[in-house]
Ligand binder design. Structure first.
Ligand code: AMP
Ligand code: ZN
Ligand code: FE
Ligand code: FE
Length: 286
């Protein structure tokens, strides 16, 4: 059996394993193929590829891009982009700037809410990660004893409408899909019905994106989708001829219940991704 997990994070964004550790864990778990899909950066890909060569794991280069539709956050997975594409690099840099740029507002709001915190406190947990996120703010809150874990920090303080939330820039979805195509990549909507994105990602809207050739597939098997969401999304994707993926969205210890390989992608769907990357002149990382 070939085990394929196409959505994972390292400490280059908000996962807790280095790319090398992540690949070693995948090898130990008997996973044959992983995609490293850190938020808004390619920085971990070289290290992951080298670790994959050493440990006998195929590492598909990827990214999870922060996009938005009508101001609502939509995560877009890109597989096999040429990582030197200037337009993609410029846009991702802008998204990362938005990530760091909102930190002063977040810590000021949390401080005002009775939880003193500084940007330096947060950066202690981000380390040298180029992509800083709310999970790093959550880690700083846990360390100060304000909350028990990342989940509590998000639930009570960091999600939209809560006192620690601050807006940040995200690329319009339709811009990101075009940029990824220009860089030879395959575009898959991550967890389309996870965490409140069901409203934006209606079947009608997904069908429209697919009909206009803006997306290549959707992530169906994901921990944020219950069995009925998976059934409905799978039936839609099959009808629309879209690629179907399943993945762990592993974040190390940062997200319980997202163990490597907890959801997987079939060989046939993986092969469609590889064939499209080749056809579009993207990179498989070798
Ligand atoms: P940000 O990238 O700063 O917008 O933060 C969102 C990221 O935080 C998501 O991509 C998830 O990886 C992570 N996340 C969201 N909700 C939770 C949660 N309840 N517990 C842990 N991590 C979460
Ligand atoms: Zn994340
Ligand atoms: Fe995501
Ligand atoms: Fe993710």
């Amino acid at each position: 059996m070939t085990t394929i997990d196409l959505h994972t994070h390292s400490a280059v964004s908000d996962g807790t394993d280095t790319p090398t550790e992540l690949v070693a864990k995948a090898a130990a778990a008997g996973i044959d193929v992983i995609a490293l899909t850190d938020h808004d950066t390619f920085d971990g890909l070289d290290e992951a590829r080298r670790a994959g060569e050493r440990d006998g794991v195929v590492v598909l280069p990827g990214v999870e891009w922060s996009t938005q539709v009508d101001g609502s956050s939509i995560h877009l997975l890109g597989y096999g982009p040429r990582t030197d594409d200037p337009a993609v690099l410029a846009e991702l840099a802008q998204v990362r700037e938005g990530r760091s740029g909102r930190l002063p507002a977040m810590v000021a709001q949390l401080t005002a809410a009775g939880m003193p915190l500084t940007v330096a406190d947060v950066m202690e947990f981000a380390g040298d990660a180029p992509s800083v996120g709310r999970p790093h703010v959550a880690d700083a809150m846990v360390a100060r004893g304000y909350v028990a874990d990342r989940a509590e920090a998000f639930r009570d303080w960091l999600v939209t409408g809560k006192p620690g939330y601050a807006h940040r820039y995200a690329t319009p979805l339709e811009t990101a899909v075009d940029l990824l195509l220009g860089a030879g990549a395959v575009r898959i909507i991550a967890h389309p019905w996870g965490r409140g994105s069901q409203e934006q990602m209606s079947v009608r809207y997904l069908a429209d994106l697919a009909a206009r050739g803006k997306i290549d597939g959707i992530e169906v098997d994901h921990q944020d989708h219950d069995p009925s969401a998976r059934d409905e999304l799978r039936a839609f994707a099959e009808h629309a001829g879209l690629i179907i993926t399943g993945s762990s969205d592993h974040h190390g210890v940062g997200k319980p219940d997202h163990d490597l390989g907890c959801n997987t992608t079939s060989v046939a769907n993986y092969q469609r991704i590889v064939d499209l990357i080749r056809e579009r002149g993207g990179t498989l990382g070798q």
